[in-house]
Design a protein around this ligand. Structure first.
Ligand code: ZN
Length: 299
């Protein structure tokens, strides 16, 4: 059975870009007769709150996007992340990194096409004495091999990274003790039985790292479908900073069905822009109709 998930970060209110991804994730699962899981990704206690989580649940319901079960939020899952971390450490794959952000950037190799920095492996082979001499608290990185991992993305086609060249050893636990998104999301998707991940195209480059972690932890990776990003008419990516994309503001001007209709039309799912409910959209949903390139949206 297809098991999909909403995995919002309650670090702010839901915006139109979130809604777009969630709508496609939900239609995909419902059209397949599958199960939808809701998981609050509140890893960072400084940036997330229960108030935002409540607002996100309310907004999902307003748009008819229901879920079958809500699984424990990430802030309660530290023991599970500890266990995964210890498993990787037991395999000799984890080491402490004492580099500052500026040092990582200065030492990073030029990177093809991605905006992230490739870690140069500065702390990979420090001796115990060298580690003991360091003054700062370390972050913890997982070693990556010179292996290519290919995501067979349902919308974007194949995307391959040679982890050692395109990514480098990556952080799984920050210096402040907070687990990195990459580790937490893999542990949670495995625990929650998620078989299909639908999310924004900006996360495509995370998928090879996550597939690598799934393999290390002995769990099957889900299938991935990375959906287009919504762009403003001037080409900017829409983000939380765009106040006009706040769903509360939009719902003063449009009904939920009008907003879903605009998104569905922009995605290529319906031929005319007209109000449609999420349920109606799921009844005729087909990934083959969905555009893969980013979408310029006018409301
Ligand atoms: Zn380092």
């Amino acid at each position: 059975m297809t098991v999909g998930r909403f995995a919002p970060s309650p670090s702010g209110k839901m915006h139109l870009g979130n809604l777009f991804s969630f709508l496609l994730a939900w239609c995909s699962v419902r059209s397949a007769g599958g199960e939808m899981v809701l998981r609050m990704e509140d890893l960072d206690p400084q940036r997330t709150s229960a108030e935002f989580a409540a607002l996100i649940r309310r907004d999902l319901r307003r748009f008819g996007l229901d879920w079958d079960r809500e699984v424990p939020c990430q802030s309660t899952r530290t023991a599970a992340y500890d266990a995964a971390f210890e498993k990787l450490a037991g395999m000799g794959l984890i080491y402490p990194c004492y580099c500052s952000r500026a040092e990582v950037h200065a030492a990073s190799a030029p990177h093809l096409g991605q905006s992230e920095f490739v870690y140069a492996g500065t702390c990979r082979d420090l001796t115990p004495a060298e580690r003991a001499a360091k003054k700062r608290l370390p972050a913890w990185r997982v070693r990556v091999p010179a292996e290519a991992w290919t995501v067979h993305d349902g919308l974007q086609g194949d995307y391959t990274e040679l982890l050692s060249r395109d990514c480098g050893d990556f952080v799984v636990r920050r210096a402040d003790g907070v687990y990195a998104y990459q580790l937490a999301v893999v542990v949670d998707d495995a625990e929650n039985g998620v078989t299909q991940v639908v999310r924004g195209r900006d996360l495509l480059a995370s998928a090879p790292r996550q597939m690598y972690l799934f393999s290390l932890l002995g769990r099957p990776a889900p299938s991935y479908i990375h959906v287009p990003l919504l762009m403003a008419p001037d080409g900017r990516r829409l983000s939380k900073r765009d106040q006009d994309l706040d769903l509360g503001t939009l719902l003063e001007r449009f009904t939920p069905e009008e907003i879903i209709g605009a998104l569905a039309f922009a995605a290529g799912l319906i031929e005319r822009r007209e109000p449609v409910s999420a349920r109606e959209l799921a009844a005729s949903f087909d990934w083959a109709k969905v555009r893969s390139e980013d979408i310029c949206l006018r409301l």
